[in-house]
Design a protein. Structure first.
Length: 173
């Protein structure tokens, strides 16, 4: 009887592992491009960073685009494939709240740097204007909620927000 319970528990564990492996979400569908946004000191962070759940800012540099307008991009600055979405939310891996999270703005379904997700003001979710996919960018790490991205499934590419000793952050990949 005891051996049967152990075998049952092992079988259940194996099934859970197989199901978890099959339900992975692809966050690597868009081209991996350099990301380097230096908001390293408190002054830059207070001016161009985010604070308060759902506050966000887009960083786009290149092809004649320059967002935010007043931000000084340097020769080492880079904003990924379609630009960078910086938003304040909850880290889905640590549970920490009111922290900066960063994603590529390019929709992984469309895979076009000019097709950028937009934040829905009421839900703080990101939505693709072309395919209609919706992504949770404040609590679930950019995973899809609906649309073609949820069917595939594919998520927004995540970037790291590294705190600095000067009170700011560096956004990088």
């Amino acid at each position: 009887m005891r051996g049967m319970r152990t075998l049952g528990a092992l079988t259940a564990l194996l099934c859970c592992m197989i199901l978890a492996a099959c339900s992975s979400v692809d966050d690597d569908r868009i081209q991996n491009m350099p990301v380097n946004i230096a908001l390293a000191d408190a002054g830059l962070w207070n001016t161009f960073g985010v604070s308060g759940f759902g506050s966000y800012r887009n960083f786009i540099y290149g092809d004649g685009k320059h967002e935010p307008k007043a931000f000084h991009y340097s020769q080492t600055s880079a904003t990924g494939f379609g630009g960078v979405l910086l938003i304040s939310g909850m880290d889905p891996f640590s549970g920490d709240t009111d922290i900066p999270l960063a994603y590529d703005l390019a929709c992984p379904v469309e895979r076009d740097p000019s097709v950028r997700v937009r934040i829905e003001s009421e839900t703080f979710n990101a939505e693709c204007p072309a395919c209609g996919s919706v992504y949770d960018v404040t609590t679930a790490g950019g995973t899809p909620l609906s649309g073609p991205a949820a069917e595939m499934p594919c998520a927004l590419r995540r970037y790291r927000c590294l705190p600095t000793a000067q009170g700011g952050y560096i956004i990088t990949n």
